[in-house]
Write a protein that binds this ligand. Structure first.
Ligand SMILES: Cc1cc2nc3c(=O)[nH]c(=O)nc-3n(C[C@H](O)[C@H](O)[C@H](O)COP(=O)(O)O)c2cc1C
Length: 259
């Protein structure tokens, strides 16, 4: 077992994360019950969502929910939903949202309930993208920055989830350089291959934010590769849907934060 001790893990220390391995958000699955399970199996922070955060994304989520498991909860019910989360590790919520005014209001309502508000600039479901959220924000980096500013008015940490191979990725990082973003959650997918491309992690690590490395992190060596590329934490998604909680335990044990 390796203990990871890195000066750049300051935010995770401040939040009190026991390890640097988190579950990744997966809409329709990562609800308060899932979060409690993830904590039991070693997650150092739990991700819930992605939930719709405004009217356009709520309407879009209802349409997506006709064909796959999806959180299609009215945004005004999100505080109640999240208040059911019974964990002692920090809580992050991934939100599909397009309207900065709605983001400011929702962040205010959630500030007491979560530690991290993650703006989803990642989802590629056509309905969500048509609504102006998810990866549509990578085409409109100014609006992404406005959403970040709106959330940052409140007392929580701001994260942005991005997809590395999207053509707008570099421009979005440039726009976020001067925005009050605390965390960049990078899906470093290598299209067509079950692995990651560390270039996306390296590019994000040039900004003054913590980087969570994501996609195909399955072994302690993958965790180390992400850390060497500049990530200070990693997240794991699909294996948990298949019930591979041992994987989360193994990786969490590998990346424990020293007291
Ligand atoms: C069923 C499913 C739903 C997902 N929903 C979301 C979501 O709502 N928000 C998000 O940022 N990523 C979402 N993702 C992407 C994951 O967070 C993660 O980026 C992706 O699965 C790659 O990581 P992995 O290789 O560890 O699974 C979803 C993935 C799956 C499989």
């Amino acid at each position: 077992m390796t203990s990871v001790c890195r000066p750049e893990a300051d935010l995770w220390r401040e939040l009190g994360c026991p390890t640097l391995v988190f579950n990744a958000p997966m809409s329709g699955h990562t609800d308060p019950e899932f979060a409690a399970r993830a904590e039991r199996h070693g997650a150092g922070m739990v991700f819930l969502g992605g939930y719709p955060g405004d009217e356009p994304t709520y309407r879009a989520s209802r349409r997506v929910a006709r064909r796959r498991p999806e959180f299609a909860l009215p945004p005004e019910r999100l505080p109640d939903e999240l208040s059911r989360t019974d964990v002692s590790v920090p809580i992050a919520v991934n939100v599909r949202i397009t309207d900065p005014n709605a983001a400011a209001e929702l962040a205010g309502d959630l500030a007491e309930l979560v530690d991290v508000f993650e703006v989803n600039a990642h989802c590629r479901q056509p309905e969500i993208v048509e609504a102006g959220a998810g990866e549509a924000l990578l085409e409109e980096p100014e609006r992404l920055a406005e959403l970040v500013e709106a959330v940052a008015e409140h007392d929580l940490h701001v994260s942005v989830k991005l997809r590395g191979p999207h053509p707008g990725y570099r421009a979005a990082l440039r726009e976020l350089r001067d925005a009050p973003v605390d965390i960049l959650h990078v899906d470093a997918m290598k299209p067509g291959e079950p692995t990651y491309d560390l270039r996306y992690v390296r590019q994000a690590a040039r900004l003054d934010a913590e980087v969570i490395g994501n996609n195909s992190v399955r072994t302690p060596e993958d965790v180390d590769n992400m850390f060497e590329a500049g990530a200070t934490a990693v997240s794991v998604g699909r294996p948990l849907l298949d019930g591979d909680w041992d994987l989360l335990e193994r990786l969490a044990g590998h990346a424990r934060l020293e007291e």
